[in-house]
Ligand binder design. Structure first.
Ligand SMILES: Nc1ncnc2c1ncn2[C@@H]1O[C@H](COP(=O)(O)OP(=O)(O)O)[C@@H](O)[C@H]1O
Ligand SMILES: [Mg+2]
Length: 285
């Protein structure tokens, strides 16, 4: 199972005066089991790109191949592709519409033709996977908090048993506690479920902490890619396209500039803490 994006360009409203080139010759490969982050300034094409991964948008030119299936082929079985690649859009709670949480989570598997007993099993499993109690299943999704609604939307995709989960800004607009909860469940799903995860995020902190590879988009193109350490080392390149490095990276850089002999390739608060304690001559306990 891999996702191959090959020379994909995409234009919204082609041939009109409103035509917008959103993707310009994008190529990338995502391997089974990876946890990939996609970052880039607003309008760089991140959302357009991820909508290609389950065939929701078709490339204007180029190809997307999921698990050997060319999504632009004439008689492609998109249902099968969507069973493998679950995409959770920005503000997914806007897509909740059933009268109970149960029905909302059951909607996807039902559409795939899954039997009632199996649907029930999956609904219970999915609600637990996103850290909600089964008592919410009988409630209306619209009585829940924003963070809970979003988790229900994610559970609805998980109930389709995807092998790849694509999340477009899953933490946007949530309070810090809501963000951390959602992201820690996503991390657990990746660890335990052998799930491939593609996370679009504007939080450099979250990307630094969670992913093993980062794809940086700018103006509809892949600007560069690499491990978080490689990417966040290129502070000036990122700055040029309007992106920051994580705050903790800025902090150690400032200490370095003040003449303190500190490693500047730290990525997380924990790493910075042990590095600072090392300099102070103490152990990180
Ligand atoms: N439905 C749409 N119709 C027309 N243009 C769009 C549409 N969605 C996005 N765009 C344009 O395509 C470009 C890429 O947008 P998008 O993929 O949403 O970027 P990002 O998710 O990185 O903010 C932007 O110029 C944006 O204005
Ligand atoms: Mg977007």
């Amino acid at each position: 199972m891999s996702i191959i994006v090959e020379n994909v360009s995409y234009t919204y409203m082609p041939g009109t005066t409103f035509a917008v080139s959103a993707l310009d010759n994008v190529s990338l490969t995502i391997q089974d089991g990876e946890f990939v982050g996609i970052i880039g300034p607003t309008g760089s094409g991140k959302s357009t790109l991820v909508q290609h991964l389950n065939g929701l948008l078709r490339p204007t030119s180029g190809r997307v191949i999921v698990d050997g299936i060319d999504l632009s082929a004439k008689r492609v079985d998109l249902k099968k592709v969507r069973r493998h690649v679950g995409v959770i859009f920005q503000y997914p709670e806007h897509q909740l519409f059933e009268e109970t949480v149960y029905k909302d989570i059951a909607f996807g598997p039902k559409n795939l033709g899954v039997g009632d007993d199996e649907i029930e099993r999956r609904v219970y499993e999915a609600i637990a996977q996103v850290g909600l109690g089964k008592e919410v299943l009988g409630r209306s999704p619209f009585e829940l908090s924003g963070g809970q609604m979003r988790r229900v939307a994610i559970a609805g995709v998980l109930a389709m048993k995807p092998t790849t989960l694509v999340l477009d800004e899953p933490a946007a607009g949530l309070d810090p506690q809501g963000r951390d909860e959602i992201l820690s469940h996503i991390r657990d799903l990746h660890k335990q479920g052998n799930l491939t995860v593609i996370l679009v995020s504007h939080s450099m902190e979250d990307v630094a902490r969670l992913v093993s590879r980062v794809i940086v988009m700018d103006k509809g193109r892949v600007f560069f890619e690499g491990t978080p350490r490689e990417v966040f080392r290129k502070k000036d390149d990122l700055k040029r396209i309007g992106l920051d490095v994580p705050q903790v990276v800025q902090l150690v850089q400032k200490l370095k500039d003040k003449g303190i002999d500190i490693r500047t390739d730290v990525l997380t608060i924990d790493e910075a803490k042990s590095e600072i304690l090392r300099i102070l001559g103490r152990s990180a306990q």
